[in-house]
Design a protein around this ligand. Structure first.
Ligand SMILES: Nc1nc2c(ncn2[C@@H]2O[C@H](COP(=O)(O)OP(=O)(O)OP(=O)(O)O)[C@@H](O)[C@H]2O)c(=O)[nH]1
Ligand SMILES: [Mg+2]
Length: 205
């Protein structure tokens, strides 16, 4: 079983990538399932095979503990850990080759709380990797790009599984900006020059 966790800042395209990647793998004849770990999501662009919302209800938590939306979401994300064995059994019963895991909208709730690493360790046996999404329109600014690199490094230090960087929503930026962002990761000093230019105000975005 190969598991891929899809992580990124809010709105970076995690759920849409889970949907598109899963459809693409199915088209290629692969045996894949999708898992939704976001207890707060209302509408998903795909039908998850395993869905945390069947075990953890934001509305119930908000009512029971008299919490506001953020407190309820925070508690719900922590409660995923208490349901981990049931979810694990459900995933293992399906026994697919590939498992795509869509993570909670607010990345910090998953990555930076105690429950995150526990869930990554315990959700299933097998090889695990993580796709870290860089929102392309946000990444056009080199300072945003660097802050996202630091966030990705922080996530790596928390979860310690192999990480692949993915530039998401690239259709929303011009081709030349896309080339520039890709060069920051491949051509020596190109990122440094872009940062200096940005800081000197000649190219503020
Ligand atoms: N143009 C374009 N829009 C996209 C793409 N991927 C996602 N979106 C849009 O971006 C918004 C957020 O996408 P989601 O997939 O819900 O992002 P998310 O990271 O799951 O969001 P949260 O779970 O709420 O943090 C939606 O309105 C999508 O339609 C893409 O590749 N291109
Ligand atoms: Mg989502």
């Amino acid at each position: 079983m190969y598991a891929t966790f899809i992580i990124g800042t809010a709105g970076s395209g995690k759920s849409f990538l889970t949907s598109a990647f899963s459809d693409w793998l199915k088209l290629k004849g692969q045996d894949v399932i999708s898992v939704n770990l976001d207890p707060g999501v209302l509408d998903l662009p795909y039908t998850p095979d395993v869905d945390i919302r069947e075990y953890v209800s934001i509305n119930e938590i908000a009512r029971k503990y008299q919490l506001g939306p953020n407190g309820a979401l925070l508690m719900a994300t922590d409660l995923i850990a208490t349901e981990i064995q049931t979810i694990k059994d459900e995933i293992e019963d399906i026994a697919a080759d590939y498992v795509l895991i869509d993570t909670p909208g607010q990345m910090e709730l998953f990555a930076f709380r105690a429950s995150g690493p526990y869930i990554v360790d315990e959700l299933l046996e097998g090889s695990k990797a993580l796709l870290y999404l860089f929102d392309a329109p946000f990444s056009i600014n080199p300072l945003n790009y660097v802050s996202n690199l630091f966030l990705a490094a922080a996530v790596h230090l928390r979860l310690f599984i192999p990480q692949v960087y993915v530039l998401s929503k690239t259709d929303l930026i011009p081709e030349n900006e896309l080339t520039t962002i890709l060069e920051w990761g491949t051509i020596d000093e190109s990122l440094e020059i872009a940062i200096e230019r940005n800081l000197s105000g000649t190219q503020r975005l």
